[in-house]
Write a protein that binds this ligand. Structure first.
Ligand SMILES: [Zn+2]
Length: 259
């Protein structure tokens, strides 16, 4: 394949914007248990049915200056932000995977992580409708791609088991639920897609991200030690990093240990 420089990045960025637009629909509707394909998008305030030209990623938001064409109430900044973030994530995947069969598979995984990130941030839930089929799909893909079926199944057991054990211990010590089982199923899904090694990397990274975010929130007095942090958001970020850069990070870390 002979692509002119930047062509692949351009195509992936465009695809990311369009798919990000669909992810917005999933983020909005899945917690409400609504269909993500029917009916078409409407203004949540006045019910105006969006025309195609109201639905162009980022551009429509900019052209309408962030307001509904019909009732002029503000449209959430979430919509263009998710579209732009998805586009960036798609291009980063191109740099990480190049023209391989792993590229579309890991892009699918990344889309699930974007949706889980946003839903956990807004509703503090991680819908089974994503995580459970996610576990199955991850294991199926592992028959054709790394990490392979054995590592994939071990990833499910380790990811799910690790969080389940922590939740159980925490419950016995403090008599409070540290996290919902949504987190357990989500880390099991990450294990299915990324395998045993990377699910452990994801867990360590997510704890580090969680620690930093927690300290910043406490320092800025937006939270105290008892604030419930949506752990799924940290897991989503950590899993994306592990998916793209985990092998490199781990090799670097192990080489530092050996030095
Ligand atoms: Zn409206």
């Amino acid at each position: 394949m002979n692509l002119s420089p930047g062509a692949a990045e351009f195509v992936l960025a465009l695809a990311g914007l369009c798919i990000g637009s669909f992810l917005n629909v999933c983020i909005h509707r899945l917690p409400l248990k609504q269909s993500v394909v029917h009916p078409g998008s409407r203004c949540p305030d006045c019910g105006y049915a969006l025309r195609w030209y109201d639905n162009v990623p980022v551009l429509s938001y900019a052209a309408l200056r962030g307001r509904c064409r019909s009732c002029a109430r503000p449209i959430s900044l979430q919509y263009p932000l998710v579209e732009i973030a998805t586009a960036i994530i798609f291009v980063l995947h191109w740099y990480a995977f190049g023209p391989t069969i792993a590229l579309p598979v890991r892009l699918l995984f990344a889309c699930a992580m974007v949706v889980l990130f946003m839903i956990d941030l807004e509703h503090q839930i991680l819908p089974d409708v994503i995580t459970l089929p996610g576990i199955v799909t991850g294991v199926i893909c592992s028959f054709f791609l790394p990490p392979g079926p054995l590592m994939s199944v071990l990833g499910v057991v380790a990811g799910g088991g690790l969080l389940w054990a922590i939740a159980e211990m925490w419950y016995r010590l403090r008599k409070v639920d540290a996290m919902g089982f949504g987190d357990v199923k989500m880390l099991a899904m990450v294990g299915a897609w990324l395998g045993l090694k990377m699910v452990l990397v994801t867990f360590v990274l997510s704890s580090m991200i969680g620690g930093v975010v927690g300290l910043v929130l406490i320092a800025s007095r937006r939270a105290d030690m008892a604030t419930r942090v949506p752990f799924g958001t940290m897991l989503a970020v950590a899993a994306l990093v592990a998916s793209m850069y985990g092998e490199g990070l781990l090799a670097w870390y192990l080489s530092r240990l050996g030095a």
